[in-house]
Design a protein around this ligand. Structure first.
Ligand code: AMP
Ligand code: MG
Length: 536
């Protein structure tokens, strides 16, 4: 915990420019769309938004950075974190990266609407990159405007912090600021463009480097730049991998780094599968080398458990990024990353072995995670079958994932399956179960109860443990949309209510039952609730 003496005044913040000091940059300083070669970044000045206003900020993130919370409410905070005013030490820049989008190499992408303000050293010694999203165009904006609308900014701001409080590796969000200006978007790309309020989120992470940051240099054969970026990343974010007394990584260090990126990615995906998070656009430019959830676009949360579901209408046909496909896609992305860094290693075999390890680590980690969701403290040879059969059983009746696991925790080990079925029934979208569904769930619950009886844990202890891995409050798609609808009318109270409740997502909170309910029927087909596009 910080003491008051640790807090820094905003105007006195010292922003470090380690990234641009260490790495090759674009010599062109004018801001126009272009291909940028042999450079990791371009200098960019954010737009100015004289009518910007603060909508919300994250108290924990401010504290972590050592910012005085009082300062967050002052005009200077809004000016700085909308890009309108720069502190003396800030030398803003946007990064060059490429990526595979929906399975195809897309060439140069880059920070088209993200501008880094630099790095800030927090009181605990950790360095954080501060990045504005939606503060104007950059050389990487291609044909777009560099701006962001309020709806997507609310979603990014709330979900970043919600994921953090769920214990899931993620980029963070410090602030959400309305620009006071409008942005034109055709939400469903169907010829209905509309003016929407604009916003800027200040995102925060130890690094925003992505798989695509390395792919671009491999594709262009700019291997000296790629090596510099890899060495910088290892020295800043994977320092423990460097051999004592050696600052330059060798082949074994690059391999150890790749292994760790694979492990971090597996851990992140297992967390997503635990809470029912669907990223929606797992392109390689949206995969962090730190294994952080990054780029909150058309993401969504499973309501009824459905591995086939994707919130992203742009992906509705192929469903490449559906919930159940995320582990596979992470592997596909890791293969692209391995291809990109191959020149650092020059041997395919060890990279392939590490990719194999990802598969086994993921499978084991996923099963252990599912065991914990079911409240098992030890493992049993039949657990995998029990878990897979549960997933099949979910096909028999629309079952709210979040509520199912919360109610399951209320089932004592010695219970008859009829009573158990009654206990979990609030999770069903249609309380009138078909005979097949009733039989299927009863059968599964009977097996579950039998399995619980082999457990050493007591009912109460098991319930506590289960409620620590099965959240009660998640950022349900329709809840985010309701908060957005209000915010677009100038009332930001629902954003702040969600921010508050999602701080402790595993604990029951008095008076907040309305934030832990199943998706209402009207939300099934409403834009923003079950269907989202990449337009943001
Ligand atoms: P995404 O899939 O949303 O992560 O974005 C893919 C690419 O498009 C990245 O290079 C983004 O920076 C860029 N991009 C998305 N929206 C905009 C925008 N409004 N203005 C400029 N670039 C954008
Ligand atoms: Mg992106």
């Amino acid at each position: 915990m910080n003491t008051v003496f640790d807090l820094k005044k905003l105007e006195a913040l010292e922003i470090d420019s380690a990234f641009i000091n260490a790495l090759p940059g674009d010599p062109v300083t004018e801001n126009y769309t272009r291909q940028v070669s042999k450079a990791c970044y371009s200098h960019v000045t954010p737009d100015s938004f004289p009518n910007a206003s603060l909508i919300a900020y994250s108290r924990e993130m401010a504290e972590e950075l050592g910012l005085d919370p009082d300062d967050c409410e002052k005009p200077l905070f809004t000016q700085v974190f909308s890009g309108t005013e720069l502190l003396d030490s800030m030398r803003p820049y946007s990064c060059c990266y490429g990526g595979h989008q929906f399975g195809n190499w897309a060439g140069q992408l880059g920070d088209g609407r993200a501008i880094n303000l630099g790095e800030l050293r927090a009181p605990d010694g950790n360095a954080w990159t501060l990045q504005l999203k939606g503060a104007g165009p950059t050389p990487y904006s291609r044909s777009a405007d560099g701006l962001a609308v309020l709806r997507s900014s609310v979603r990014e701001f709330l979900c970043s912090e919600a994921m953090h409080h769920l214990g899931i590796p993620t980029t963070r969000a410090l602030s959400l600021i309305g620009t006071g200006e409008s942005v034109v978007r055709d939400m469903f790309y169907d010829g209905h463009p509309k003016k929407e309020p604009g916003a800027v989120v200040c995102r925060v992470a130890p690094s925003f480097i992505r798989f695509g940051s390395f792919e671009i240099f491999a594709a262009r054969k700019e291997l000296d730049v790629q090596k510099k970026l890899a060495d910088y990343t290892i020295s800043r974010n994977f320092r423990h991998l460097l051999k004592p007394g050696k600052s330059a990584p060798d082949k074994t260090v690059y391999l150890a780094w790749f292994r760790e990126v694979c492990q971090l990615s597996a851990t992140m995906i297992i967390h997503w599968m635990r809470v029912g998070f669907v990223h929606g656009v797992m392109n390689t430019d949206n995969m962090s080398v730190l294994g952080l959830t990054i780029d909150y676009g058309p993401y969504g949360w499973l309501e009824n458990y459905d591995p086939e579901w994707t919130p992203n209408t742009t992906d509705a046909e192929g469903r490449r990024y559906r919930f159940g496909n995320q582990p596979m896609i992470a592997l596909w992305n890791l293969v692209q990353f391995a291809n990109a860094i191959y020149p650092l290693v020059e041997e395919a075999e060890p990279l392939e072995e590490i990719l194999e390890e990802y598969k086994t680590a993921y499978e084991k980690g996923w099963l252990d995670m599912m065991r914990s969701k079911l409240g098992f403290t030890d493992s049993n040879a039949d657990d995998e079958a029990l878990v897979l059969d549960l997933i099949k059983t979910f096909n028999l009746a629309e079952t709210d994932m979040t509520l199912f696991f919360r109610h399951l925790a209320d089932i004592p080990a010695s219970i008859d399956s009829a009573t158990a079925l009654k206990t979990i029934s609030p999770a069903f979208y249609n309380p009138e179960l078909s005979d097949k569904a009733r039989d299927g769930f009863s059968l599964w619950l009977a097996r579950y109860s039998e399995r619980l009886q082999q457990e050493k844990s007591q009912d109460e202890a098991r319930k506590i443990a289960m409620n620590q891995v099965n959240p009660l409050y998640v950022l349900r798609n329709y809840l985010a949309q309701l908060a957005i609808d209000k915010s677009e009318q100038g009332d930001h109270s629902a954003i702040n209510e969600l921010l508050e409740v999602l701080r402790t997502p595993y604990d029951y909170q008095e008076g907040k039952d309305h934030l832990a309910e199943k998706r209402p029927e009207w939300a099934r087909t409403k834009a923003g609730c079950s269907m989202l596009s990449c337009s943001s």
